[in-house]
Design a protein around this ligand. Structure first.
Ligand SMILES: *[C@@H]1O[C@H](CO)[C@@H](O)[C@H](O)[C@H]1NC(C)=O
Ligand SMILES: *[C@@H]1O[C@H](CO)[C@@H](O)[C@H](O)[C@H]1NC(C)=O
Length: 349
């Protein structure tokens, strides 16, 4: 009994000290909802949210929603031993500071969607051994520092879609050996550099749909031997054939729809012909001669090719001369108003 008591005291003392050291106050009488077995209870928190605020039983999630919290400061959520999800959404958060999430050994998923986050400091997400997913959707993030997602051994997915990022940098990540999905849809990224993912070789899916990609280095996808799905639709690519797909020999789904290229030949897909199952390329002003070749090639190789918009009258374009050849040609060899008509949305079969 005595021993237990002194152990408890020691534990309490340590934790309080740790907390005091690491807590830069974040909350000001904020409501925190605790969910367990479909029941909810609400507590009020000032300072930092720690294990002391939570019941000792198992809980499902901690929800902080619809409040005004300008920043998540160092230690904002800390010293919680429970296994749980953290939903911190719709709170007008502008900034996530370094070590905002500290000593949370069993946190599984971290939802930070629909805030006003513009920046995320280095080491904002560090040493979270059970964390599987980080969700930063629908914020205003325009810059992520190097070393932001650090030492996350179980991290599988990260969603940063619908933000304002202008570039992608693999150095955002350090020691994330199981990261297999990156979703960056709906940002403003303009290019992908040489070896852009070479330290993220566990990636299985990359989504850059609806960005402003104009240039992709031929070696951008170097070392991505496990990559299965690559989504590059709704960008501004005028050419795609420079990209070397040999580095992604497991690729089975490729989306390059709604870009601006006029030429693509089946030869380009040789590197991934054996694994490929489905290609989306509708909404590109492709030469009709190229489309003919591609459709034939796809059917011979049992690949589902989405090449036409069902609700458009024009499926492909004829160049102004020698229209029967699928060739690389300057844009001046095409009717420009016809090319523009390919930009809008469309339905596919
Ligand atoms: C593409 O990459 C492979 C290595 O995986 C290389 O052998 C090949 O020469 C490259 N192709 C081009 C056109 O550079
Ligand atoms: C270009 O395409 C538009 C729209 O399809 C058409 O009305 C126009 O006649 C074409 N111009 C030429 C030079 O073929």
């Amino acid at each position: 009994m005595d021993e237990t008591y002194s152990l408890l005291c020691a534990l309490l003392f340590c934790s309080v000290t740790v907390c005091a050291q690491n807590c830069a106050p974040t909350f000001q009488n904020n409501e925190v909802e605790i969910e367990l077995n479909n029941q909810k209870r609400t507590i009020t928190v000032t300072g930092c949210l720690t294990g002391y605020h939570l019941p000792t039983v198992n809980i499902d999630s901690v929800n902080i929603k619809g409040q005004v919290i300008p920043s998540l400061n160092s230690g904002a959520i800390s010293n919680i031993q429970h296994e749980l999800q953290l939903n911190i959404i719709h709170n007008e958060i502008d900034i996530i500071r370094e070590h905002a999430f500290r000593n949370l050994p069993r946190v599984q998923n971290l939802y930070l969607d629909h805030n006003h986050i513009t920046s995320v400091e280095s080491f904002a997400f560090e040493n979270l051994p059970s964390l599987k997913g980080i969700y930063l959707r629908n914020n205003n993030i325009d810059l992520i520092q190097k070393d932001t997602f650090v030492n996350l051994p179980r991290l599988g997915v990260i969603y940063i879609n619908n933000n304002k990022l202008k570039k992608f940098d693999q150095n955002w990540f350090v020691s994330t050996p199981t990261l297999d999905w990156i979703v960056l849809e709906g940002n403003q990224i303009t290019s992908l550099k040489r070896d852009a993912f070479q330290y993220l070789i566990s990636l299985k899916a990359i989504d850059f749909t609806n960005n402003k990609l104009r240039y992709i280095h031929p070696r951008a996808f170097y070392r991505l031997n496990e990559l299965e799905e690559l989504s590059l639709g709704e960008n501004e690519l005028t050419s795609f054939e420079e990209v070397n797909l040999s580095y992604s020999s497991a690729l089975y789904r490729l989306s390059i729809d709604h870009n601006k290229f006029t030429h693509l030949s089946p030869r380009f897909f040789n590197a991934v012909r054996k694994t490929m199952k489905e290609i989306y390329m509708q909404g590109n002003p492709l030469q009709c001669a190229c489309v003919d070749e591609l459709v034939l090639w796809a059917s011979n190789n049992d690949i589902k090719l989405h090449w036409k918009c069902e609700d458009k009258e024009v499926y492909c374009v004829f160049p102004l001369s020698s229209e029967n050849d699928c060739e690389k040609r300057p844009i001046s060899h095409f009717n420009s108003s016809l090319i523009e008509s390919f930009r809008s949305d469309c339905t596919i079969e």
